[in-house]
Design a protein around this ligand. Sequence first.
Ligand code: PLP
Length: 390
Amino acid sequence: MLSAGLNIVGFSWITSPAATELEMIVLDWLSKLLKLPDEFLSTGQGGGVIQGTASEAVLVVLLAARDKFLHRVGKNALNKLVVYASDQTHSALQKACQIGGIYPENCRMLKADASTNYALSPDALTEAISHDISNGLIPFFLCATVGTTSSTAIDPLLLLGRIAKENGLWFHVDAAYAGSACICPEYRPYINGVEEADSFNMNAHKWFLTNFDCSALWVKDRNALVQSLSTNPEFLKNKASQTNMVVDYKDWQIPLGRRFRSLKLWMVLRLYGSQNLQDYIRSHINLAKHFEGLVAQDPRFEVVTPRLFALVCFRLVPFQSDLDLANKLNHELLDAVNSTGKIFISHTALSGKYILRFAVGAPMTEERHVNEAWKLIQGQASLLLDSLST
Ligand code: PLP
């Protein structure tokens, strides 16, 4: 409410020094809470910026990386630039490639399957890069995900980061959802290897008690962003900008105007404090664990992928030998459950299997809600199975 009421339009530092300075401060705090490498702090060559969404975050870093490469190899080489990620990567990357003019045939969405728990295989990446180099292409961008959208898979940052470094690629880490969990020491190892990344993103508006929109992006080289996105029309010229002593966030993002979003994050960090935020994350993960345990006790169901955060991927398995029928049944179960209007679950597909997704993420969720939800799912499953057998 404060942020909206103040109605700051802070595109340049001069239009609201407080909005810019507070953004630098709170993103440094959050960076420290996540134990990100010091190069992401505003005190060095890097720094943090609040974007609207993870889609904007990956777009701006892709543009920065693209222009850095084109500057080196010549702008006619656009058709040679290659992007790498797993096929579990959010479609935001594909959209960024479309906007950034990356040739669709140069987007390598490498297959990830159950053998790696849907994480990107470093061997597959190395092979793809070697193949592309031998064909005269230029590998330039790798996007790894910590907490994929479908199943919260975790790409192995350390190994992938080394490959990116050896081959000179820009390495972006998308931790839009799971990044929040990494403020807890026990989950921080999931982003081990982030030291190798050029950029890192997490959505505070997903699982960090911050109102939409607030997507935190850190880069090690802020100049790469500025060189790609900066414009300097007469009507924006001012003394502060010309001294090069201040940050003009307009050069780190797509739009010119921007809200006072750092105030939201400041409020969350000051109001809750790190201990409460950690407890909040832990409580959701424990509730998801509880749900996972309930699913495991019912032989009609299976947990499909390992639960790592607060998402449980599960499905009904009465017709193991008939995948199509099992898929149809799970689809019907999803519709039946959601049609009750009492809870809402979503779905995905992994290796051809239709999978149900139970996510704990609302601040007011308690164990009794999880129990009621499971009872409802079981009840709808019984109705469906009965109707099949009659
Ligand atoms: N990346 C991941 C891993 C996500 O889960 C999502 C959204 O679900 C996104 C990116 C896109 O998020 P946004 O809506 O902030 O662009």
